[in-house]
Design a protein. Structure first.
Length: 249
């Protein structure tokens, strides 16, 4: 995805920014091949009714309002529905980050200033001082989003949010009763496993196995299955907690 030029619209203030994706896909890419000849397969847009392959100009979009019945839209009609402020990040309000459940977080982008903007630095300082995040709305690509802008040690990070109808949470969880002794052991086990979040230490183990398998196959080696650690099921919760603590020690 190329860098996106945008503006933070904050009351009467406009702050030019460049939006850069924070996330890079780390997956190993595979192509689909025909097993018989090992050549890449093609995806064709085909109309079974007319029995012909289609070009991009032959295709329109349709909304199925009844089974097999479509309301059609061409590109010019869809263009008329676009919002006017697609190059703006329009601040709506300022909220506490703790008020937003992480379930609503989607993708993150770093907002950078191109010309050492005084307004950008002022906005950073204001977010830092108030300990709030800006709730805003914007368009990325062709999709409308609500998002938050938060100050970090890297600058302002924009995180898009899922809409409420997209987040499927059940009714509020009701706590059952717990045994005080079991709770004490559980807390001790948690204390024994305390640590800091250090993302540089956490590696994609499956991706690393894929890359090693590729190297092995290139060197004529066979792929060996990894050994699975045996798991033991302990049905007694108290015994399970006690054994976990002993194993940790």
């Amino acid at each position: 995805m190329p860098n996106i030029h945008s503006n933070i619209s904050f009351a009467l203030v406009n702050i030019p920014v460049i939006m850069n994706p924070v996330i890079k896909n780390n997956d190993t890419s595979f192509n689909q091949l025909h097993k018989k000849c090992e050549n890449r397969i093609r995806y064709l847009k085909y109309c079974p009714y007319c029995r012909e392959n289609l070009k991009e100009n032959d295709i329109i979009k349709g909304y199925e309002f009844e089974k097999g019945e479509y309301l059609t839209f061409d590109k010019s009609e869809l263009n008329k529905l676009k919002l006017d402020n697609e190059k703006e990040i329009d601040v709506v309000s300022f909220v506490l980050l703790s008020d937003i459940d992480p379930c609503y977080f989607e993708k993150s982008y770093l907002l950078e200033t191109e010309h050492k903007s005084k307004a950008y630095y002022l906005f950073c300082e204001a977010l830092k001082k108030t300990k709030r995040v800006a709730l805003a709305k914007t368009i990325i690509g062709t999709k409308f989003y609500y998002c938050i802008l938060r100050f970090t040690e890297f600058g302002i990070i924009l995180t898009t949010l899922y809409f409420d109808e997209e987040v499927k949470l059940p009714d509020k969880f009701t706590m059952g009763k717990t045994n005080p002794k079991e709770l004490e052991l559980a807390v001790r086990l948690i204390d024994s496993l305390k640590g800091k979040f250090e993302p540089e230490k956490y590696k994609d183990e499956y991706s690393e196995r894929i890359k090693k398998a590729i190297d092995d196959k290139l060197n004529g080696k066979t792929i060996k299955a990894s050994r699975k650690k045996p798991t033991r099921q302990v049905n007694d919760l108290m015994k399970a907690l006690e054994k976990s603590l002993k194993a940790k020690k």
